[in-house]
Ligand binder design. Structure first.
Ligand code: SF4
Length: 94
């Protein structure tokens, strides 16, 4: 089974409030782009992070709470917290 197929088995309770933010988008557009190639756009298994041409966007609704972004960003530029109580991914079906 492919990863994408497994992700479809998960269920989520979506919050309106994001539990992810980028601390400084200037770093993403300059130093990280030149030196590292914005690795958050590839290491996240749920494809939460994308470069929209000006900034990194975070589709927090898709987060599987694997916490890879806490160590994967070379600049520790991602402020990731657990979703508020009762929200987030549910692994019952996955
Ligand atoms: Fe920005 Fe970190 Fe992503 Fe690089 S890895 S683009 S610094 S959030």
């Amino acid at each position: 089974m492919k990863l994408e197929e497994k992700l479809y088995l998960l269920s989520y309770k979506h919050d309106k409030q994001s539990h992810i933010s980028i601390r400084d988008n200037d770093i993403c557009g300059t130093a990280c782009a030149k030196t590292w190639g914005r690795p958050c756009t590839t290491f996240c298994p749920a494809n939460v992070y994308a470069w929209d041409g000006e900034k990194i966007t975070a589709s927090f609704e898709n987060c599987v709470e694997c916490t890879s972004c806490l160590t994967g960003c070379p600049y520790h530029n991602i402020d990731w917290r657990l979703p508020r109580g009762g929200y987030g991914v549910q692994y019952r079906n996955g």
